[in-house]
Design a protein around this ligand. Structure first.
Ligand code: AMP
Ligand code: GLY
Length: 423
């Protein structure tokens, strides 16, 4: 098969790395890719939302399977585009159709879905500028801190957690009236604050059956001790040590099953990954959010633990024979630490040469915001590379990642030195 992966981050390098190990993969393409994917695939200089250009590349390169990394093209309907286009019949797409991608594209849609299917989540109400007064009154019925969420996609920045009621009201007005997050905040979901520890569950579905991948936990804040601004993710660990079998059973029975059944009942066509963001409140899991793709950097610890041939899994998903697949998971722990550009997630410089890559032997280096430039590898984004290691437990794996990081450097390189601190 010829395969195209869409995206340019560490997640997509990991997909390409895993797909490249498959006997079923003939030619592998990544669009637009990065300095990591260029070594194992052909990078195509195409934006993930330029559907016309993607179509041309798929036809020209006889591509049989497209794996969609990020949410943007899914929410914009790339899967529907393929189904509707005569020239693309027979090309499989991994990623849900637009109607189902609304689980990530609209927080309100996701909340209504959970309510309809009795999936445990925080209590909520949603508001527009027309009923902002009711929004103020709803805030007064809640205990602080207050959780305000822009309904639409806001590049991971659309959630505010605020301690002071007056500030919460001001921010509600900023979002609804002053378009703080553009059109993403014409509607705002206000929800009950859930106090607990977070983890994520990743599910594969062919629309009929499902398989659960290993759990992972990511570290979203820029600063040590989970402080400072939110980022795309600064590191991840799999499996999650506090997720006992009993707790995993609860996740499956109370959340995964009703989610997959709910998709069927609501006629939401889904072939792809479901990323369920969870919070453990007491002994019970509650859903914080759905994403319609894999997580980044969670992919960098989940896929390295999957022993199966990923292309066989993708084929089974496309043919709706996922039930015949038995997942085989590596018992070892995997961890990843993100190296980021100094200043990220605010302004940062690009174009810094990365040194020491060839010296790393005990970890896998997944490139993210990095590109090839005249034989050098230079930074091109905020999150630059993810350093993944295995260990008999997560402590050992983390230690290996930090030892590998000691071999790497670029100007103003930053990373968190406390990944796993809370476990
Ligand atoms: P989301 O984009 O919905 O994942 O939210 C971003 C982050 O905000 C989550 O990873 C949580 O840390 C936090 N968060 C979201 N909703 C809640 C909630 N209801 N209670 C507590 N924390 C929340
Ligand atoms: N690491 C969180 C995400 O991919 O959304």
């Amino acid at each position: 098969m010829n395969i195209l992966v869409l995206g340019s981050g560490g997640r997509e390098h990991t997909f390409a790395w895993k797909i490249a190990q498959s006997n079923h993969c003939n030619r592998l393409f990544v669009a637009p890719g990065n300095s990591g994917t260029v070594d194992i695939a052909t990078n195509l200089n195409i934006s993930v939302t330029d559907f016309e250009a993607i179509k041309d590349a798929v036809i020209k390169n006889n591509i049989d399977l497209v794996v969609v990394g990020p949410e943007d093209p899914l929410v914009k309907g790339i899967h529907d585009y393929f189904l509707q286009n005569e020239d693309l019949q027979g090309v499989s797409v991994i990623g849900p159709q637009r109607a189902a991608a609304e689980l990530e594209g609209s927080k309100e849609f996701a909340k209504e879905f959970m309510k309809r299917h009795h999936i445990p989540t925080a209590a909520y109400q949603s508001f527009t500028k027309d009923n902002i007064e009711e929004g103020y009154r709803f805030l007064e019925t809640l205990q602080p801190p207050y959780v305000l969420k822009a309904d639409g996609l806001a590049a991971g920045k659309g959630v505010l957690i605020i301690k002071d009621i007056e500030e919460a009201k001001r921010e509600l007005k900023n979002m609804l009236v002053d378009a703080k997050f553009g059109s993403a905040s014409t509607k705002v979901v206000i929800e009950e604050f859930l106090d607990g520890i977070e983890l994520s569950c990743f599910v594969l579905t062919d629309g009929k059956d499902y398989k659960i991948l290993p759990t992972a936990k990511d570290y979203k804040r820029i600063g040590e001790g989970d402080t400072g601004l939110n980022t795309g993710g600064m590191g991840a660990i799999s499996p999650v040590p506090f997720a006992s079998n009993e707790f995993l059973d609860k996740i499956e029975n109370q959340i995964v099953k009703p989610t997959v059944e709910g998709l069927k009942a609501d006629d939401l066509p889904y072939v792809g990954f479901i990323f369920i963001g969870l919070i453990k409140v007491g002994d019970d899991p509650k859903v914080i959010e759905y994403n319609v793709r894999m997580g980044d950097p969670e992919t960098e610890v989940v896929l390295p633990r999957l022993k199966n041939d990923l292309v066989e899994i993708f084929k089974a998903m496309s043919n709706q024979t996922l039930s015949e697949i038995e997942l085989e998971i590596d018992n070892r722990a995997a961890t990843t630490i993100m190296l980021v550009s100094g200043g990220y997630p605010e302004a940062y410089e690009k174009g810094k040469e990365i040194f020491g890559l060839e010296a790393v032997k005990d970890s896998i280096v997944f490139h993210a915001g990095a590109k090839s430039d005249n034989g050098k590898v230079v930074t091109s984004g905020g999150r630059v590379m993810a350093i993944t290691s295995y260990g008999t437990n997560y402590e050992e794996a983390i230690k290996k990642s930090y030892q590998s990081i000691d071999l790497l450097c670029f100007d103003k390189m930053y990373y968190r030195k406390d990944i796993g601190f809370d476990l």
